[in-house]
Ligand binder design. Structure first.
Ligand code: KIV
Ligand code: NA
Length: 266
């Protein structure tokens, strides 16, 4: 398989072929995901929860993400590497430029920032300097203390309209990709149709251009008792991890995952 680039992802969107993203934090899982056909490996700040055992993503540092990005890079075989900007790493233009440089030099091909329309100048700044940015909209877990919990976002029409406008402004500013977390499926469809850049969903229904899950979630591994509604355990019907990741890729590509019950209503 030739290396996955931004151009590959854009052409997958145009062809209507689903893009498969999965979180990855180390070399061996990166290698397994690549062999299974995962196109984008996300070094998510979810590592603060699944690897470090924190109860939120707030304690994760840029050094943590850089360390895991470098590990994933060593195991990667042709996937696009997307690295998360952790809590406050994108807070100002100066910080996002410095922190994105660190992640790109650790092996990322693109960085991801949680936010909204306020990120527009930062996205333009980075794009002009050669760093593609994916903007994470909807339920942005770094803002859990503003939301008052992990809640579906964009349920009210004013909020939905703002998210759609933000998506368009970010595309205009040069955003390479969007990620929608826990937004009503109908709103995710509207946003996906309104922009030309790829839109990846998690808890956003089947209408986005691709899907992402946290590795541990889709393997049925959890520190707590609560499993989010949008998760499917792909180990259930498989005998080993490579087969489970393979089943995830197949289910996303075929449109079998996510099913209606994994999504949210407005
Ligand atoms: O940190 C992460 O794993 C993420 C995904 C849930 C999208 O941002
Ligand atoms: Na994240």
């Amino acid at each position: 398989m030739p290396d996955v680039t931004l151009t590959t992802l854009q052409s997958l969107k145009q062809k209507g072929e689903k893009i498969v993203m999965l979180t990855s934090y180390d070399a061996i899982f990166a290698r397994i995901a690549c062999a299974a056909g995962v196109e984008v490996l996300l070094i998510g700040d979810s590592l603060g929860m699944v690897l470090q055992g924190h109860d939120s993503t707030l304690p994760v540092t840029i050094a943590d993400i850089a360390y895991h990005t470098a590990s994933v890079k060593r195991g990667n075989q042709g996937a696009l590497i997307l690295a998360d900007l952790p809590f406050m790493a994108a807070a100002t233009e100066e910080r996002i430029l410095a922190n994105s440089t660190t992640l790109m030099q650790a092996g990322a091909h693109m960085v991801k920032a949680e936010g909204g329309g306020w990120l527009t100048p930062s996205v333009r700044l980075l794009a002009e300097r050669g760093i593609p940015v994916c903007v994470h909209l909807g339920l942005t877990p770094q803002a859990v203390n503003i939301f008052g919990g992990y809640k579906v976002q964009g349920r009210h029409e004013a909020q939905a309209k703002k998210m759609l406008e933000d998506a368009q402004a970010l595309e205009e500013a040069g955003a390479a990709m969007l990620l929608l977390e826990c937004v009503p499926s109908e709103l995710a469809n509207r946003i996906t149709q309104a922009v030309r850049i790829p839109v990846i969903g998690i808890g956003a229904g089947a209408g986005t251009d691709g899907q992402v899950l946290v590795l541990h979630d889709m393997l049925g591994l959890s520190l707590g008792s609560h499993t989010p509604k949008f998760v499917r355990n792909f180990m259930q019907d498989q005998h080993d991890i490579p087969a489970a990741i393979g089943a995830y890729v197949k289910a996303v590509k075929s449109g079998e995952f996510p099913a209606v019950e994994h999504g949210f209503n407005a």
